[in-house]
Write a protein that binds this ligand. Sequence first.
Ligand SMILES: [Zn+2]
Length: 202
Amino acid sequence: MSDPLPRTDRPTRAETEEAIRTLLRWAGEDPTREGLHDTPARVARAYEEFFQGYEIDPKTLLERTFSEVDGYDEIVLLRDIRFESHCEHHLAPIIGRAHVAYLPRKRVVGISKLARVVDAYARRMQIQERLTAQIANTINDVLQPHGTAVIIESSHECMTTRGVHRPGVSMVTSQMLGTFRTNSDTRRELMAMLNRPAASEY
Ligand SMILES: [Zn+2]
């Protein structure tokens, strides 16, 4: 994906709010009525929050690593990372969970950083396939582990609230790199870890 636009190439806040007034009129509304008066400003602020990811370079989140791991070289898995994203086709929410695993090569990263990498890519306009690949490729490029695996399950509001109207459908994607791709035993071990009860259920 191309890099985000520099701030200077973006429309002004006033232009953005005017565009939202146009959308309100397109929906059949009167943007001057009282209840909608502050809506363009609120939507502009919501967009800043939804699409914060463009302000973050995910690679920098993984720069700090720890090497005192006493030889730990088995799977590290962070699962059930809830995320919110938006589909680039309809700007509708994608709500889901990501499971991120890697096989460390001498060094590990703070686990909260893995969740922040998920957020940095989720808070952009996305399709799930690319979101999955971007998270996996970034972890793989920066940490250079023996393997990286990312599995994402999500619900796409563009499918549940419009179009084919199919609530309850979830989409699952996975990207396996390195040992997770080449070694079926490692992949099976990961799947067994994913199927264990969550710590909160202990
Ligand atoms: Zn969509």
